[in-house]
Design a binder for this molecule. Structure first.
Ligand code: BEZ
Length: 211
């Protein structure tokens, strides 16, 4: 069965551009984004890896490690990383798994045979410190991902893990949040000292509580 939100993600050991990775141990006590690429030496993937390298500091700020995957051998990853640096102006600064035997791709359901038998789709998995799956998104090979959106979701996941709020449509860090409907009026007054606006009994807006 496909990996579902709340599942503990599969552990594995696989080669990478930064040496063998024992996944759960490598994640440690923070957050992690694991994302797959259909194939080495392809244009969209090249732009994505350059963009993620440039955003690395943003992931670091969120205590979130990033790790890519492609079903190609390690020696090709090394050659490709030179192209990424040359064309995107950013050096790979996170590991890229060399999943030539498809061990990880199969464990995570990254190969969708009706899309392609040989290449992975563009999977994104956000994994929490408890090693549980918090988010998964699947894009086709032809569409490059928006990693600002992944950062936005991590902001929401980290906030909602600690406060009894949810984040509304298109929410960004710093904007008002929704008090979860299960919170009573009495509790809401205690938990949200900055106050809140009640538009409907089930729709209460409060300033972002951790700012
Ligand atoms: C790309 O990264 O450009 C790509 C990879 C596989 C299929 C189509 C595009």
């Amino acid at each position: 069965m496909a990996l579902q939100l709340g599942d503990v993600v599969p552990d594995f050991t696989q080669d990478s551009t930064e040496g063998p990775i024992q996944f759960h141990k490598w994640i440690g006590s923070g957050w992690c984004v694991l994302f797959s690429h259909p194939k080495n030496f392809t244009p969209v993937c090249t732009t994505e890896l350059g963009a993620v390298a440039k955003l690395k500091k943003e992931f670091d700020k969120r205590n979130c490690k990033i790790i890519g995957l492609s079903v190609d051998p390690l020696k090709d990853h090394v050659a490709w990383s030179k192209d990424i640096e040359e064309t995107q102006g950013a050096k790979l600064n996170f590991p890229l798994l060399a999943d030539a035997d498809r061990k990880v791709s199969n464990l995570y359901g990254m190969i969708h045979p009706n899309a392609s038998d040989t290449m992975t789709v563009r999977s994104v998995f956000v994994i929490g410190p408890d090693k549980k799956l918090k988010l998964s998104i699947t894009y086709p090979a032809s569409t490059g991902r928006n990693f600002d959106e992944i950062l936005r979701v991590i902001d929401s996941l980290q906030l909602t893990a600690n406060y009894k709020v949810a984040t509304p449509v298109n929410w960004k860090h710093g904007e008002d949040c929704i008090i979860v409907p299960a919170v009573s009026e009495v509790e809401a007054k205690q938990l949200f000292p900055k106050g809140y606006k009640t538009l409907k009994p089930y729709l209460r807006l409060t300033p972002q509580p951790n700012l």
